[in-house]
Design a protein around this ligand. Structure first.
Ligand SMILES: C[S@@+](CC[C@H](N)C(=O)[O-])C[C@H]1O[C@@H](n2cnc3c(N)ncnc32)[C@H](O)[C@@H]1O
Length: 380
């Protein structure tokens, strides 16, 4: 992320225009501390740098190496879980994924804006705008989706995998020059950070086809406005484009042949399910406006990343399911119960787990390794 000059230059410029000497700054998701350090360079009196990831330890070393150790308080936690001793003049963060929808991006900014920012303070980023286009990519569609799943050279029927492949987001490298847009970018949604609390997104947009062509993929991207006047765009074909966010492409169930005058309607939804975003995209092709009004579609594809993963065991997530512990669950529950005693070493816990569960399939080393990893995550 630090190597991406387009992103970094924009964030640096946004900080340069926002941070005044003496300001208090909060860095959400500081990672190795880059925005906190730049804020110090710009004269911030104090920075509260939040990061739940152990990487924060490196951030502390980097702050010390740059003489900023006494001006940055590193807090190994989520901003939503801790209240720093003072509110901030400026809050900065980049907690997106490939798209802005990476839980808990939207709720984090909403919470920070209302709880951690001084009245009139500045939140960076200000907003992201979401866009969609369709593009033609005959070779990629054939090489990645149809081969080997349909026409493979091994004389095997692999088509059972096709529904998973066709419902998956696909970031494999279409070079920017090769993007042949057949239905140009249209805005889907605006994410006003701080103001928006709903983490979901739902939009419907339409195109009237101007030129004949074939749509193979839906392309989704965002344009960021960090503060008024400081922007960057992850749009296809933009030469000065941040590369760090990748690009989010979604195949169509089948190539969609387009003729001038036809209408394409896209419904795009980002839903939050157990802290994971699930995307749904419905693509409909109508011969003309009258057919659209009568809901008579030539083609209608309903797709979702929900189907991109095997659904094995999903019934166990149902609120009405009554779980009982399986073999590994019993082993881990035993290990936790021994940890809860609070006076046994990892080695002693591993030895007692081995004698209580002789058929666990683990030897001394692998049992100790399991106990150690549970200790690393859950002990205090
Ligand atoms: C992609 S890194 C960004 C690192 C650095 N700020 C940069 O822009 O190069 C985003 C980090 O945000 C952290 N994060 C996400 N939500 C957070 C929250 N609510 N509070 C603190 N950190 C958060 C994640 O752990 C992740 O390490």
């Amino acid at each position: 992320m630090i190597r991406d000059r387009v992103r970094m230059d924009a964030y640096t410029e946004a900080l340069r225009r926002s941070v005044k000497p003496g300001d208090v700054v909060i860095d959400i998701g500081t990672g190795t501390g880059i925005f906190a350090l730049i804020a110090c360079q710009l004269g911030a009196k104090h920075v509260y740098a939040f990061e739940p990831n152990p990487l924060i330890e490196v951030g502390k070393q980097i702050a010390a190496a740059n003489g900023f150790a006494d001006r940055i308080t590193f807090i190994k936690d989520f901003t939503t879980a801790v209240t720093p001793p003072e509110q901030a003049d400026v809050i900065v963060g980049d907690i997106r994924g490939q798209l802005p929808f990476l839980y808990p991006n939207i709720s984090t900014y909403h919470d920070a804006y209302h709880r951690l920012l001084k009245p009139g303070g500045i939140l960076i980023p200000k907003r992201d705008k979401l866009f969609a286009a369709f593009y033609e990519a005959t070779d990629e569609y054939r090489d990645v989706l149809l081969t080997p799943w349909v026409h493979n050279p091994y004389n095997l029927d692999m088509s059972a995998a096709l529904p998973m492949i066709l419902n998956a987001g696909w970031s494999a490298g279409l070079s920017q020059e090769k993007v042949n847009i057949v239905l140009p970018g249209q805005q889907l949604d605006t994410l006003e950070y701080g103001l928006r609390s709903d983490p979901r997104s739902a939009s419907i947009v339409e195109w009237e086809v101007e030129q004949a062509g074939t749509a193979h993929f839906l392309y989704i991207w965002f344009d960021a406005e960090l503060i008024e006047g400081v922007t960057y765009s992850a749009a296809p074909g933009v030469s000065d484009r941040p590369v760090v966010y990748g690009s989010s492409q979604y195949p169509l169930l089948e190539p969609l042949s387009l003729q001038p005058g036809q209408i394409v309607r896209l419904s795009f939804n980002a839903d939050l399910l157990s802290e994971n975003y699930i995307y749904r995209w419905k693509t409909e092709l109508f011969a003309n406006a009258a057919d659209k009004a009568a809901d008579k579609a030539l083609k209608r594809f309903n797709q979702s990343t929900f189907f991109a993963r095997p659904l094995d065991g999903i019934h166990k997530r149902s609120p009405s399911f009554t779980p009982t512990l399986g073999k590994d669950g019993k082993l881990q529950a035993f290990i936790f119960s021994r940890m809860a005693e609070g006076n046994l070493t990892l080695q002693q816990i591993a030895a007692s787990a081995l004698s209580t569960f002789p058929d666990s399939g683990r030897d001394q080393t692998s049992m100790l390794s399991l106990v150690a990893s549970l200790s690393q995550s859950f002990s205090q």
